[in-house]
Design a binder for this molecule. Structure first.
Ligand code: PHE
Length: 463
């Protein structure tokens, strides 16, 4: 147990907020919001965070703090009192596995933000030079450059590994405590700055008008609430295992969900204010509703705005920070498994996991055009093309929902309500909404997730 470590009070909140806030907020949420016509999608997402995400976060934090163990050991220990016994440790095992796969491709995308930071810095210093060479082409070239992809993957994983190597308190806590406030402050400043952008009003209307939403949009919002809150794969169980009994689980959950949601909305305000500042005709041609808008559209739009040259490197650096605090959380899930369940030292566990995840990430890095075979790898047919896409499809549509469902069922149905109440009230005092929480965890969450899985089985993809 000597290599486990423990968070301080604010340390835990910031580390958990750091895990939650990441590419999911700044890269994925804006583009799926755009693709789903804003407004109602945002509303459904907010409701999903409150009714489905937050209750499952309670559940994960309870499991972690109760057992003071990482997911595998935590499920094994609590499983002893449940129907099914130690077999529940498989859910923890699934989480560790999901962490490996998710981190391996997440770090590839995170690497792009570092590359763009460098690019924007050069553009700021030497002038933005790609007015005539479309950014899409440049981006495509970058993706297809295997050496560059692997280099940036290595840089990102290297930094992540370095932080996790330093341990819970002096690595994870210190880095997230430094980066998260900077991220928050600068994003708020960028958002205030975007009020001056001509597209600000349209952006707000787009984000907050209520319009029609179809079932797919609804399910996508629910699914995303898992990804963005780092649920369904044991990240919050792991962080929960480093939390002191004096800390309030409901209070912490509230803060994590609040900050995560605020940052997602602020990211949208910043990006849409820029996008809606561009005349509609031009927007339609430069802006396919694609997942790459952060990298193909935004840079040129930055440079069209006053001070854009200054803002853009800052922006990409922040996205890299946000991604880093998420990759740290992901790596810690895998590392804590080897420390707790295998008795390894932190050093051995971290170096091994870092290297293994890098090896697993290489095929993803090469599946964006560098290797024909890897780029056209499509075991799920038209649902996902290439290794990176396939991993993302599997994690977002299967692993995270299944992990979340099993966690909700385990905590909601298998554990004794007295144990849950006891853990929830420890460090909090009387928890009045206990009955409501249990209802959401037992019924609302599982039904929504089963609906997602049903749609996925029917051939839909929400990655
Ligand atoms: N929540 C992170 C994001 O929004 C992704 C993540 C998922 C991190 C699961 C850790 C665990 O980018």
């Amino acid at each position: 147990m000597s290599d486990r470590g423990r968070f301080g009070r604010m340390g835990f909140i910031l580390a958990a907020v750091g895990s939650a806030i990441g590419l999911g907020n700044i890269w994925k949420f804006p583009y799926i919001t755009y693709a789903n016509e804003g407004g109602s999608f945002v509303l459904v997402y907010l409701i999903a965070i409150v009714l489905i995400g937050a209750p499952i976060m309670f559940a994960e934090l309870i499991i972690g703090r109760r057992t003071q163990q990482s997911p595998y050991g935590a499920f094994a220990e609590l499983g002893k009192q449940a129907l099914g016994g130690k077999a529940w440790s498989a859910v923890g095992g699934l989480g560790v596995f999901t962490g490996f796969v998710l981190l391996s491709y997440y770090a590839v995308i995170a690497g792009w933000t570092v590359y763009y930071f460098g690019r924007c810095l050069t553009w700021s210093l030497q002038g933005y030079d790609v007015q005539n060479a479309p950014l899409g082409e440049m981006f495509g070239g970058f993706l297809a450059n295997g050496a560059l992809q692997i280099t940036f993957l290595a840089i990102f994983l290297g930094v992540t590994t370095g932080v996790v190597l330093l341990g819970v308190k002096s690595g994870i806590e210190r880095v997230t405590k430094t980066l998260m406030p900077i991220l928050g402050v600068v994003l708020v400043l960028l958002a205030i700055n975007s009020i001056r952008a001509p597209g600000f009003g349209d952006a707000m209307r787009f984000l907050f008008h209520i319009g029609p939403i179809d079932a797919d949009g609804f399910l996508e919002a629910v699914g995303h609430s898992f990804f963005t809150l780092s649920l369904g794969m044991g990240a919050m169980i792991t962080y929960g295992s480093y939390v002191s009994k004096k800390q309030s689980i409901p209070g912490s959950t509230f803060l994590i969900c609040l900050f995560d949601t605020l940052i997602a909305l602020i990211a949208c305000v910043i990006m849409f204010s820029i996008i809606f500042s561009i005349p509609e005709a031009e927007r339609a041609t430069t802006f396919g509703r694609s997942s790459t808008m952060l990298f193909t559209t935004l840079p040129s739009m930055f440079y069209a705005l006053p001070l854009g040259g200054l803002l853009s490197p800052v922006f990409y650096l922040l996205v890299a920070f946000a991604a880093l605090t998420s990759t740290i959380g992901l790596l810690e899930v895998a590392v804590s498994y080897f420390i707790d369940a295998r008795g390894w030292t932190r050093k051995k566990a971290t170096l091994f996991c870092g290297a293994a995840i890098f090896a697993l990430g290489v095929p993803s890095a090469l599946s964006l055009g560098a290797s024909n075979g890897l780029s056209s790898f499509n075991p799920f047919g038209s649902l996902a093309t290439g290794v990176l896409d396939t991993f993302d499809y599997t994690v977002s549509n299967w692993f995270l929902p299944v992990g979340g469902l099993l966690t909700a069922v385990f905590v909601g149905w298998m554990l004794k309500p007295e144990l849950l109440r006891d853990e929830l009230e420890e460090g909090h005092g009387t928890f009045k909404a206990f009955g409501l929480w249990l209802f959401l965890l037992r019924f609302v969450g599982p039904v929504a997730i089963l609906w997602i899985l049903w749609a996925v089985i029917g051939g839909r993809s929400f990655a």
